[in-house]
Design a protein around this ligand. Structure first.
Ligand code: URA
Length: 201
């Protein structure tokens, strides 16, 4: 089973590596950087989904290893959630130049890889980090009518029915908000503490 999951995830990596139709592929080749597929347990109960790799991530091929990653690590630590036990990925697997927002075309190109990662890992809790993954996941799983500004939805949890079973969708701010404004870390920690309590119950 583990090997099946690993092989299926490796296939995704190989396909993204050769995703020549993506405008971000050309950027990656030009800058000699890496796609960021995801990392963590292939049997994770919790999957965290960010937006797109930043500079450090594209250099290393690892999600959330730069400034936003430090905040995420602090949030996970404060909630006593082991980073190695969860799976962390993004919707968009290549870095948009200058960290600009992903375009609708880029989201549409990369989202099917995320869908496959979810189907392979089968998490019980999907945590969206920021408005892009929030919007994508809520629309994908029939929650579009309940979607709204992240300022109103952060910390909230919704139920969704996936082909492999019921999943909880937990909405979180993007950790980068605390990179730009350190005063927000307390609110983020509160939402992560609630996530940890829910994950235990
Ligand atoms: N921001 C994201 O959304 N994802 C990363 O991997 C890093 C920063």
């Amino acid at each position: 089973m583990t090997n099946d999951r690993t092989a299926s995830l490796k296939k995704i990596r190989d396909e993204v590596l050769h995703l020549t139709v993506s405008p971000l592929y050309k950027e990656r080749i030009k800058n000699k950087t890496l796609p960021v597929i995801g990392e963590g347990s292939h049997h994770a109960r919790i999957m965290l989904i960010g937006e797109a790799p930043g500079r450090n991530e594209a250099k290393t091929g690892r999600p959330f290893c730069g400034a936003a990653g430090k905040v995420l690590d602090e949030l996970l630590r404060s909630a006593k959630i082991d980073r190695a036990g969860v799976y962390i990925t993004n919707i968009v697997k290549d870095r948009p130049p200058f960290n600009r927002d992903p375009t609708p075309k880029e989201l549409a190109l990369y989202a099917p890889f995320l869908d496959r990662q979810i189907a392979i890992i089968r998490p019980k809790i999907i945590v969206t980090l920021g408005r892009f993954s929030m919007r994508y996941i809520m629309e994908k799983y029939g929650l579009e009518k309940r979607c709204g500004p992240i300022g109103a939805l952060h910390g909230k949890t919704f139920k969704a029915s996936l082909p492999y079973g019921e999943v909880l969708i937990n909405i979180q701010y993007h950790p980068a908000v605390a990179v730009y404004d350190a005063r927000r870390i307390a609110a983020l920690k509160k939402d992560f503490a609630a996530l940890a309590r829910m994950a235990k119950s």
